[in-house]
Design a protein around this ligand. Structure first.
Ligand SMILES: Cc1cc2nc3c(=O)[nH]c(=O)nc-3n(C[C@H](O)[C@H](O)[C@H](O)COP(=O)(O)OP(=O)(O)OC[C@H]3O[C@@H](n4cnc5c(N)ncnc54)[C@H](O)[C@@H]3O)c2cc1C
Length: 289
């Protein structure tokens, strides 16, 4: 903004392109988004939908003091900003209670370090912003409906992505933003744009467009079930995550460490994994436990 330029283009119409556009508008810019695809046909619309600001963002060995400081500032700003969207129609953002459930044999091992030999990811959320989440609550066997298991409750911020994407788009358009469908094959294609100041929000597309090999793919797969408005709580059990999204329940195998799906750019659905996710959560509700 210091250059005085006010006619700005954003390349990409996922969560980050739309958010960049809105922030630019609030700073007084006139914004056009150019993108090959728009929601719901972007990867952002396929996310799990939880606020997870340190998820695979940085290896511990690269988390310098300066990076930690910047990350903390960004995470606190993000957390504060999303709270301005609580209570809106369609609940684009809401808080849920989340219950981590362990079988007795797994409970004693839950804090032991992973056997994975690869360098660990930085755990910035617990280290730097644990004050933002209410304290966890432990429930011993007998004090909850899951039999002899151990249960730990915390709360988390959840995004109902259908409502959230619509809100981003309608706010962007209401501020006189424009969205044009356009594909760029090389950076030289940007010369055809009227705007000379561009924000790159192409997500994983940056790899092909800019040859940016530093963008690492992470495979994840959701199994979705029809919405059940009476279910308001999340679950973690045996490396499966369940999120009670209003726009459809989410079941996801998350693996036993952050390298699950890391550097895997395949997108073919795996039905066996989807069934495993649903059946693992269903297993919590069988009588024998
Ligand atoms: C299964 C799964 C679960 C996830 N869960 C979470 C979660 O719970 N919480 C979380 O914070 N994150 C989660 N993520 C990560 C999150 O989805 C992404 O980090 C985020 O959506 C990226 O947004 P984006 O706007 O950068 O990219 P995208 O949504 O991919 O948007 C990129 C945009 O750029 C456009 N584009 C790309 N290349 C070109 C080109 N050459 N020409 C023109 N346009 C182009 C696309 O058409 C699109 O509009 C998850 C991801 C996956 C796969």
């Amino acid at each position: 903004m210091a250059t005085g330029v006010r006619d700005i283009a954003v390349i990409g119409c996922g969560a980050l392109g739309l958010t960049s556009g809105l922030l630019l508008q609030r700073a007084g810019a006139d914004v056009t988004i150019y993108a090959k695809e728009t929601p719901p046909n972007v990867r952002s619309s396929l996310a799990t939908g939880v606020w997870s600001p340190d998820s695979r963002i940085c290896l511990e060995e690269h988390a310098t003091p300066a990076f930690r400081q910047m990350w903390e500032r960004m995470a606190r700003e993000s957390f504060r900003t999303y709270q301005t969207l609580l209570g809106l129609p369609g609940d684009p953002v809401e808080f849920i209670d989340n219950y981590a459930v362990w079988d007795p044999a797994d409970w004693s091992r839950k804090d032991s370090s992973s056997a994975d030999q690869r360098p660990p990811f930085a755990r910035l959320q617990s280290e730097l912003i644990s004050d933002l989440a209410p304290h966890t609550e432990n429930y011993a066997p007998g004090s909850h409906p899951f039999g002899t298991r151990f249960v730990q409750q915390d709360s988390m911020m959840m995004f109902n992505l259908t409502a959230y994407a619509r809100l981003l788009i309608s706010d962007f358009l209401a501020n006189r933003g424009r969205i044009e469908v356009m594909e760029f094959h090389t950076p030289a294609d940007f010369a055809s744009l009227r705007q000379k100041t561009l924000i790159n929000a192409t997500g994983f597309g940056a790899r092909a467009l800019f040859g940016d090999e530093s963008v690492t793919p992470v495979r994840g797969q959701l199994a979705r079930a029809i919405p059940q408005p009476d279910i308001h709580y999340g679950l973690n059990y045996k490396d499966v995550f369940f999120v009670p999204r209003r726009d459809g329940l989410v079941f996801q195998v998350v693996g036993d460490n952050d390298y699950y799906g890391f550097n895997d750019d395949t997108t073919i659905p795996d039905r066996a994994e989807a069934e495993h996710a649903v059946n693992t959560i269903a297993g919590l509700y069988t009588a024998a436990s």
